[in-house]
Structures are given as C-alpha cells and as structure tokens.
Write a protein that binds this ligand. Structure first.
Ligand code: SF4
Length: 221
C-alpha cells in the first residue's frame, strides 16, 4: 500500500494548544477543500509505502509526538490506518490535524489517535460553502479522543460564523477549547475583531484563546 506524501520533517508545533512542542510532521498530499487563505504547498508529492514512511519517522530523535497533517490526511485513510496501527504498537503519541469534514473516514482510524485538532471552516473566512453539518458529525466522533477546534479569522470573517461555532460547541461539548487563529499574525487591524470574537465566546462560557501561528512569527517550517 502506498500514499502520496508531500513531506516528512521534524519541527516545533506552530498552532493550537500544543504550540512549541517538538513533533515529527507527516504531510499528506491533496485536499477536498479550497480555502481562500490556503498557503499549503500542494504541488508535489512522493509515493511512499508504510515502511518508507515509518523508517523516516524513526530516523528522528527527541520529539514529543507525531502529527499527521495536510492537505487532508483523512483522504488517504486506509494508509493512515495502517501507519497509525504500526506507530501505536511502538508506543508513539499520534496527533491528527484535519479540516473536520470527513467523519466516516475518521471513524476508521480514530482508535489509533490520541489528539485531534479539527478546523471549523468558517464560510466567511474560507470564501466557500458552510460545513456546519459535516463539522457536527465529525465532532460527535472526534470527542472519543482529546480534541480541540481551530478557526482561522481574517478581515472578512463574519460575527455570524462565531455565533454558529459557539452553538455547535455548546451542543456537543461546552468544555472544548476553541482556538481563534489570525490568518496573518502580523495584521494589527485584526486585533479588535479577535478580541470581540473572544468576548462573544466568553459570554457563552466557551473557552476561546487567540493563538497566532508561531512558526510564521519565528520564521521556521
Ligand atoms: S483544508 Fe487546509 S489544506 Fe485544504 S484547502 Fe483548506 S487550508 Fe488548504
């Protein structure tokens, strides 16, 4: 069995509640969405088998956990399931970064995952259709593991999408963390908007945090 892999590398986690910890990243090629703000290089890949991927992972030392990212890793779920099964036997901690739309594929692999970082794709941020139903179905399954939610906030992000996010989180688990991630960590004009959105969450007793992408600030991969 082979998968299309964009890259495998070791770095520090730049996003979310695990920001700053050393991880090995396996970036899967391809995505089922087209977010307006996407800056993921999705133009090249290498066909690799399970042994080739796991050997490259084992070549790294001194890391906390392994993150599967993309693109959308769940598009290649059969490979991901086999790979995570093998890595779990070796005692590795496994994290998944996902756009939170492919719940049926998540169900196939969730038993081998420890942490799920799922996106809420706010239509006013992505300039695309809404995925509230998909996110709800995904969250219902993801809650079996440690999960947090990330939403990218840009200058066009609408307050309505924050209210929708709050409603969804309250319906499934009001204790979940919502990470508000500025699309551009250097854009000062976003500060007021970020604070307003955080306050909306606080008023609804949802734990929201503003966390910019550290790797962009630090200039690392
Ligand atoms: S889900 Fe992620 S990889 Fe896919 S288009 Fe959106 S930002 Fe890019």
């Amino acid at each position: 069995m082979q998968a299309k892999i964009s890259e495998i590398f070791k770095s520090v986690q730049g996003e979310g509640i695990y920001q700053g910890i050393p991880q090995v990243f396996v970036r899967f090629f391809g995505c089922n969405l087209e977010c307006a703000f996407c800056d993921t290089p999705l133009d090249s890949f290498k066909e690799m088998n399970i042994q080739e991927v796991s050997e490259q992972i084992y070549s790294y030392e001194d890391y906390h956990s392994i993150t599967f990212t993309g693109g959308e890793p769940l598009l290649q779920v059969d490979f991901l399931t086999e790979l995570t099964k093998e890595l779990k036997i070796k005692g590795k901690e496994l994290h998944l970064e996902t756009n939170g739309t492919l719940h049926e594929n998540l169900e196939k692999v969730i038993e081998y995952l420890d942490v799920i970082a799922m996106d809420f794709k706010l239509p006013s941020s992505t300039n695309s259709k809404a995925y509230w139903n998909e996110h709800g179905q995904f969250l219902r399954i993801a809650r079996q593991r440690k999960v947090f939610i990330k939403a990218v906030i840009g200058k066009d992000t609408d307050i309505y999408d924050i209210h929708k996010s709050v409603i969804l989180i309250k319906r499934f688990d009001p204790t979940l963390n919502l990470i508000l991630q500025p699309q551009n960590p250097f854009e000062r004009e976003l500060e007021e908007k970020m604070c307003l959105f955080k306050q909306i969450c606080r008023n609804a007793n949802i734990n929201a945090r503003i966390i910019p992408q550290a790797h962009k600030v630090l200039g690392v991969k």
